[in-house]
Ligand binder design. Structure first.
Ligand code: SME
Length: 160
C-alpha cells in the first residue's frame, strides 16, 4: 500500500480509538437513550467533521428522526426505503461510496456524496440506525465500519 494512504488510514484508526474511549467514558454513568445518542452524534461530528451524523429510531414501524448533528433532515423513512430503510430491512451495515448510484437514496442534503448506515439492535430486532453522511465521495471504508459498529455495541449495552 502507498505510504501516504497507509498513514491516513493509521490516523483514521487512531482517531476512532480515541473517540471510542471518549464515548465509553461519556456514557458510562448515563442511561437515558436520548442523552446518549445526542452526545454520541456530537462526539463523531466533532472528531471527523462529517456532514451529518445522527440516529433514526423505529417507532410504529417507521424510522423517525432522532438526535443528530448537521443540516436538517427528513423526519420519517419507511422500511426498505433509502439507505436507512435498507439497513433496517437487511439488518446489516451498508456503505454507499456514491449516493447517486444507490437506487432509492433519500437526499436530505445535496451536499451528501457518500454514506454509511449501521443497525442498532435491541435483543434480536433493529431498534434504530446510525447514519453518517460525507461531503466526499468514497469516504467510508472497513475502518469506519469496524469502529462505528464498536460504538453501536456500546450503545446496545445501554438498551438491555
Ligand atoms: N440518505 C438517507 C436519509 C437520511 S439523511 O441522509 C440524514 C437514506 O437514504 O436513507
Amino acid at each position: 500500500m502507498h505510504n501516504l494512504k497507509k498513514l491516513n488510514l493509521d490516523s483514521l484508526e487512531l482517531n476512532y480509538k480515541t473517540v471510542v474511549t471518549q464515548i465509553n467514558h461519556l456514557i458510562e454513568e448515563e442511561n437515558d437513550i436520548t442523552a446518549i445518542l445526542s452526545n454520541v452524534s456530537s462526539a463523531l461530528k466533532e472528531t471527523f467533521n462529517f456532514l451529518w451524523v445522527g440516529f433514526y429510531l423505529i417507532k410504529n414501524e417507521e424510522l423517525v428522526l432522532g438526535p443528530f448533528q448537521g443540516p436538517v433532515a427528513c423526519f420519517r423513512i419507511k422500511k426498505n426505503e433509502g439507505v436507512c430503510g435498507c439497513c433496517w430491512k437487511e439488518k446489516k451495515t451498508i456503505i454507499v461510496p456514491n449516493v447517486d448510484k444507490f437506487p432509492g437514496h433519500i437526499a436530505c442534503s445535496s451536499l451528501s456524496k457518500s454514506e454509511i448506515v449501521v443497525p442498532i439492535f435491541k435483543k434480536n430486532d433493529v431498534f434504530a440506525v446510525l447514519d453518517v453522511d460525507s461531503k466526499l465521495l468514497n469516504q467510508f471504508n472497513v475502518i469506519d465500519k469496524t469502529y462505528l459498529e464498536k460504538i453501536v455495541r456500546l450503545i446496545e449495552k445501554k438498551l438491555t
